[in-house]
Design a protein around this ligand. Structure first.
Ligand code: GLN
Length: 480
């Protein structure tokens, strides 16, 4: 196994390895392996080497190079990078170079991390397979005939392939956790408001969160600590200190009360459900008390999500009009130019969401669809509140299946939407959640177990995630 981000940062900080050496290793792995995976839309070799040189200079000067010194990191291409193309895998953003860095990008660089590239995604983060990308799909490193999941599929695949130890993605309804599960890596969605969304191209603003991918739980925790915390430039950013989580990873779950959610087991592929039950048993063995709990409201989460998210998207994506960003298709007048640009610039799924969302928000339908979905959203939160009165954390599947084949769901959007059924509840409630690899199915494809905790319960979440990681089949000290 390649060294973890924390190991690399330790080696760079102590002068044992240079950041240049570490970053060159990452760039070499990408050059050799990404032809087959297509995790990256853009590799920023020159910029990365210049940043690595700055880290090495800091080490040489005896100043603190930061907790992630020299750690190569990949960014989902909906995170703004100053002067570097940020396309959201959409033709409509072709040629656009943001004039500023997202807050998370600033914070990563200030912590010594080195951005090596921008990763492939479903267009505007709408999708679950990375197949809705204008530059073609990414492939699952475990089986190139299968999808890496989505929408942050490029970031998940980049970590799974060993190109980078950590990456950032965004999660609106599961887009970090689902690809993490499919690719056999750790992926975490923070509490809504804990990580600044300044510089994240908006999809559904009441749901969007940025979060880390890592090969290990501790690496995801380390990146979370760097990117979390108040930012005055995001009006939804929470005040107060972000929770410390790195120390929680090794804390264990003795005495914790964990609910195993029936709705995140029933209807899930039997091999996935079997791994989740094994994970629950392992937590009992680790000293937690685990009990099954039914949260019936979860069954309505997906339907509510697929009204709320498109409604917000239809509003957020109105800004792509051929005037302010990227693509412009010339036409005789401004209105015709707007139409021609949007017609040529957006892919089929994005157009479908804009139409669904516009319909759900239109006069006469608003109450029947959008307002009703908002009430269901409250019911889902009530379901969590009921469960958290009894449990410290919850456990379930991250996805109903393991990674599916390329093309398997592209003709049937509804079947694609169903792959988000286990992840949307935590999104609707704004709670933190994490997917941790836990064994494989018969075909050897990774299975992800999802842990959830109440809002701002990141310390509990990472304690549970750490325990799951230690208990996972194939781990030192784990089963098998
Ligand atoms: N797959 C879900 C969707 O298509 C979630 C996307 C996301 O979290 N960005 O909307």
């Amino acid at each position: 196994m390649s060294p973890s981000a924390l190991e690399l940062a330790g080696a760079v900080r102590s002068g044992e390895r240079t950041a240049r050496d570490v970053v060159e290793g990452s760039l070499r792995a990408i050059a050799e392996g990404d032809q087959a995976i297509h995790a990256f839309l853009e590799v920023l070799a020159d910029r990365a080497l210049a940043d690595a040189a700055r880290v090495d200079a800091a080490v040489a000067a005896g100043s603190d190079p930061g907790p992630l010194a020299g750690v190569p990191v990949a960014l989902k291409d909906n995170l703004c990078t100053r002067g570097v193309p940020t396309t959201c895998s959409s033709r409509i953003l072709a040629g656009w170079r943001p004039p500023y860095d997202a807050t998370v990008v600033e914070r990563l660089r200030a912590a010594g991390a080195v951005v090596v590239g921008k990763t492939n995604m479903d267009e505007f983060a709408m999708g679950s397979s990375t197949e809705n990308s204008c530059s073609g799909p990414s492939r699952n490193p475990h089986d190139h005939g299968r999808v890496p999941g989505g929408s942050s599929g490029g970031s998940a695949a980049a970590v799974a392939a060993g190109f980078v130890p950590v990456a950032l993605g965004s999660d609106t309804g599961g887009s970090i956790r689902q690809p993490a599960a499919f690719c056999g890596v750790v992926g975490m969605k923070p509490t809504y408001g804990l990580v600044s969304r300044y510089g994240l191209v908006a999809f559904a603003s009441s749901l969007d969160q940025i979060g880390p991918f890592g090969a290990t739980v501790a690496d995801a925790a380390a990146v979370f600590e760097v990117i979390a915390g108040h930012d005055a430039r995001d009006s939804t950013s929470l005040r107060g200190p972000a929770p410390d989580v790195l120390a929680s990873v090794s804390q264990g779950v003795a005495g914790k009360r964990i609910g195993l959610v029936s709705e995140l087991l029933d209807g899930v592929d039997h091999e996935v459900a079997a791994r989740v039950r094994e994970a629950a048993e392992a937590m009992t063995a680790a000293g937690a008390s685990v009990e099954e709990v039914s949260i019936p409201q979860f069954r309505y989460g997906l339907a509510a999500y697929y009204l709320i998210a498109p409604a917000e998207a239809s509003s957020n994506l109105a800004r792509f009009d051929g005037v302010r960003y990227g693509l412009r298709v010339e036409a005789p007048d401004v209105a015709a130019m707007n139409v021609a640009t949007r017609t040529a610039g957006f892919g089929a799924e994005v157009k479908r969401r804009i139409m669904l969302g516009t319909y759900a928000l239109s006069a006469g339908y608003y109450d029947a669809y959008y307002a009703r979905a908002q009430r269901v959203r409250t019911l889902v939160s009530d379901g969590f509140a009921y469960a958290y009165a009894k449990f410290d954390a919850l456990l379930g599947a991250t996805t109903p299946t393991t990674a599916f084949a390329l093309g398997e769901h592209t003709e049937d959007p509804l079947s694609m939407y169903l792959s988000d059924t286990c992840t949307v509840p935590a999104s609707l409630a704004g709670h933190p959640a994490i997917s941790v690899p836990f064994g494989t199915d018969r075909a050897g494809l990774p299975v992800g177990v999802q842990a959830m905790a109440p809002a701002l319960g990141e310390a509990t979440l990472f304690a549970l995630a750490g325990a799951l990681e230690r208990a996972a089949p194939g781990q030192a000290g784990g089963e098998r």
